[in-house]
Design a protein. Structure first.
Ligand SMILES: Nc1ncnc2c1ncn2[C@@H]1O[C@H](COP(=O)(O)OP(=O)(O)O)[C@@H](O)[C@H]1O
Ligand SMILES: [Mg+2]
Length: 483
């Protein structure tokens, strides 16, 4: 009998169908990999098991008994522990306090806590002082603490959601060693990953999701990386007609490095959209912030870029992936946000030129078809897609030659996504050069003039249109190396 059986799981978020009639079984003591492209529904399915999300439809049996978890605490009481993709540690607390968060008695015996923490840290082979503040640790160390915390809860089911994304090769090996031990002690593991070599290394079975549906489940001994890739792809791609750019003017060349991203050189032509693909940890996610002078080292046409100010002076501007913390001031209006980037130009003798400010904002609202088209509306009240348009407007207000787009449609619904693609295509037609970094393959396939695939800190492949969906995913997941 399976330890866990999920039947007909469905979940919607507004107009987004995250899960649609998904069946999933987990055997006692198995490592079951869950794979699929970004947005396929992997995290949502496991959040149902962990009591984070309530399904709209579907039922779940644990060891033969019908269950429904209304909270994380309830799932944990039934032996389900999950390590989330988004880290959930409290930075200002110590390692020990984080390990026993939610399980601390009113009167804490710090000596006992420290000694139990040392035992747990030893299990994940971390040599850390239990009193150290979590804020000062590396992401890899934090991830291992999350795993230690999950082990402290002594679950029957351990869910790991893309745990290796931020880990170094050594840390990954350490994690796999721990997983082998956990498995040997009878715990079942669900392992979500984009890296097929890892799936083949540690999993017994694999389930593939696509667009919220289960495509199939295979025993790893009976499948191949090619077959898994075939199961992952197949969402429809709307390809923009891209003009021939062989004779286009070269805008310039980036030379960047920022560990784990090694020295990388990318040339860019006027009107070109260069798509950047690669799993988190491949170095791909470092490229745009580096090119914008936020970390590492960068040069544009031999001019060093040491800060965003220097980047903007060179005509380079970043639309960041995390718009709520880096891109926008949510309390301010659309107009105020757009003006923030160009205050110097709009101000004369210390006074805002209200007329120019209004005019500029109106221009952007129209060009990006912002909805509702109201400059005075606080950005907080706009949809995700329209917030993103404000971020783009803010970037364009600096009159750049090069636009760096980092995950431009993350958290944006399907309709608004299509509108953003129109905006991006339009910007390229106006002669801007764009670097588009995305974990959404369909987005890259639809818009790019070429796609650079990153693996292990460098560009390993350059692909030209017509793109082959399967080939792109095979390069990104590492299936090519396995074939
Ligand atoms: N809390 C949420 N609110 C709104 N939409 C969500 C939420 N969580 C997930 N989604 C959407 O549901 C779909 C599936 O997401 P997710 O389960 O995170 O996919 P995966 O983990 O496979 O990348 C995506 O389109 C995502 O944007
Ligand atoms: Mg996920």
């Amino acid at each position: 009998m399976a330890l866990l059986t999920m039947t007909g799981m469905s979940k919607r978020f507004g107009s987004v169908v995250a899960l649609q009639g998904v069946d999933f079984t987990l055997e006692a003591g198995e490592v079951h990999a869950l794979v699929g492209e970004n947005g396929a529904g992997k995290s949502t399915l496991m959040k149902v098991v962990a009591g984070v999300q309530a399904p709209d439809e579907g039922s779940m049996k644990l060891a033969g008994e019908e269950v429904r978890f209304a909270s994380v605490t309830e799932a944990q009481a039934n032996g389900v522990v999950m390590v989330y993709q988004e880290l959930a540690l409290v930075p200002s607390l110590s390692v020990a306090e984080n390990l026993f968060l939610g399980k601390l008695p009113r009167l804490v015996d710090y000596r006992a806590l420290r000694s139990r923490s040392r035992d747990l840290l030893a299990q994940v082979e971390l040599k850390l002082d239990p009193d150290a503040e979590v804020a000062g640790l590396s992401i890899g160390e934090k991830q291992l603490i999350e795993i230690a915390r999950a082990l402290a809860r002594e679950g029957r089911i351990l869910v790991l959601d893309e745990p290796t994304a931020a880990l170094s090769a050594t840390e990954t090996d350490r994690l796999f060693g721990i997983m082998a031990k956990v498995k040997a002690s009878g715990v079942s593991v669900v392992y979500i990953s984009h890296r097929l070599e890892e799936v083949f290394r540690i999993a017994d079975r694999v389930t593939v999701l696509r667009d919220g549906e289960r495509v199939g489940t295979r025993t790893l001994a009976d499948t191949s990386a090619d077959e898994i890739v075939q199961m992952m792809v197949g969402r429809s791609v709307r390809r923009y007609e891209r003009p021939d750019r062989r004779s286009a003017r070269e805008l310039g060349r980036f030379e960047v490095a920022s560990a784990p991203l090694r020295a990388t050189s990318i040339s860019l032509q006027a009107g070109e959209i260069v798509g950047l693909a690669g799993v988190i940890g491949s170095g791909r996610e470092r490229l745009l912030p580096t090119a914008f002078g936020l970390h590492g080292s960068a040069r544009w046409n031999d001019t060093p870029i040491r800060s965003p100010r220097e980047a903007i002076r060179e005509g380079i501007v970043l639309v960041p992936s995390d718009r709520s913390t880096q891109g926008l001031v949510l309390e301010l209006s659309v107009q105020e946000n757009v003006s923030l980037a160009t205050l110097a130009r709009l101000q004369r003798y210390g006074f805002m030129q209200a007329g120019r400010e209004r005019e500029q904002t109106h221009r952007w609202i129209e060009r990006l078809s912002l909805r509702p088209p109201e400059p005075r509306k606080p950005v907080r009240e706009l949809s995700g897609g329209n917030q993103q348009k404000v971020v783009i407007a803010k970037a364009l207000a600096t009159e750049p030659k090069v636009l760096l787009l980092d995950e431009p449609t993350r958290g944006v619904d399907v309709g608004a996504r299509a509108e953003l693609y129109d905006v991006i295509d339009d910007l390229s037609n106006r002669g801007l050069g764009l670097l588009l970094s995305s974990s959404d393959t369909v987005e890259l396939l639809g818009l790019s003039d070429r796609i650079l695939v990153f693996r292990e800190g460098r560009v390993t492949t350059e692909l030209l249109p017509p793109f082959d969906y399967e080939e792109v995913v095979a390069h990104v997941t590492g299936a090519h190396q396995l074939a």
